[in-house]
Ligand binder design. Sequence first.
Ligand code: UD1
Length: 453
Amino acid sequence: MSGIEIEGLRPLDGELKVQGSKNAALPMMAAAVLHRGTTVLKNVPRIRDVFCMIDILTAMGCECSLEGHRLAIDAKTVSRVAVPREYVSSMRSSIVLLGAFLGRAGEAVTCYPGGCSIGSRPIDLHLRGLERLGVRIREREDGRIAASAARLTGARVHFPYPSVGATENVILAAVRACGTTVIAGAAREPEIVSLCRMLNGMGARISGIGEDTIVVEGVGELHDSEYTAPGDRIVTGTYLSCVMAAGGRAYLRGTEPEPLRGVLRVLRRMGAGIETAPAGIRIRMKGRPRPVRIRTAPYPGFPTDLQSPMLSLLAVSDGCGQVCETVFEGRFATADQLRRLGARIDIDGNRAKVEGVYPLRGARVEAPDLRGGAALAVAGLAAEGRTEIGGCGHILRGYEDICGDLKALGARIRQLPEDGGGADGDGGDAGGQLSAGGRLRRVRGSDGRRMSG
Ligand code: UD1
């Protein structure tokens, strides 16, 4: 899929099951290498980042089989500890393999994740945290990072900022370390809770789950296990935003409202009628969204991954709203594209002032990154005429079937035919799984279905 075409100004009405969470599934897949046996993950989304992680694990000696949304990872044999360079540049979250392979083999080799379309993403906190556990980090002449530990030893780690990836990396390394690790200033995102619960199901001993101090008592062996990934809270937030932009109603199944509690509060303030069930959210929207001021922050604050969809909603609100981005400084690339649709957005540093306009007017736009691409679909639903979104390789990294899902809600949306993959090449590393030659690779699931990868 190189592009998406949307005809806006059509109210939505429908129901869908939300896909499994990308940000939960990826570290869980990394966690599987800690065990010399089989780990089964259910509700795994069929998205590019997952296919890429399967390729990496396979290249490193694991046997992976994806059938539907059930992924079995057999990590009995691991034949290498170096993450192939091309994967690190195409998927930054492969950095969690550092902690996982240290925990498994006492060594790991990777490289600095490449440049980024949503601001700089250093890994200093990951490296400093791992060093506390006795890991020696060395930058090799070829630019790769070699990490090794004669013996991983539990220690006290204090994060000055609650980095999600750094917290995951230290947890993964600490699970099989000698002694107890205390992680203070840990990230509290729901995906970390899922990772810890999964690890405990494998035989790990982790407490303080969901709190800012996590305690990991190292264990010798883990065992075979099965775990179901939760529904994706960011995809849920995106689709709720779609209903708010287009008007109408929807029921989203397979997603827990609790991790979205703060977001739902904001959406209600903007005028949405929202009812929750234990694993579903019903939304109803009439008229234009009311403007709000939001500030992104680590969990339980407003998620930075929903900042772009929020920008789209504010762009059609009936007043002036504001967004303050505190997590990734460069995350306003979507604003340029929204302006092409007629949005009035002023950016000043990490703040965006948005004056609502309704309707927007359809135009050709380019997905700047994963969440920004999805945000353009939100805007397209509130635009008169046709909106064509190019560069949809970004969206495929995290959304299994955005067109099918929005169609199920009654949107007029269609995939534009592939044009040889050229449109996926923009945006460098954030564009997802490109081969070294820049062409889209194809991977085949064990169920034989061809998947864009
Ligand atoms: C994860 C999510 C991403 C989400 C982000 C914040 C995955 C695969 N990705 O990314 O979707 O947007 O959390 O909720 O789960 N930082 C440092 N040094 C470090 C690490 C991070 O300065 O060593 C800074 C980053 O530059 C950024 C902030 O901390 O400004 C947050 O980053 P972090 O929480 O690590 O996000 P990710 O784990 O990369």
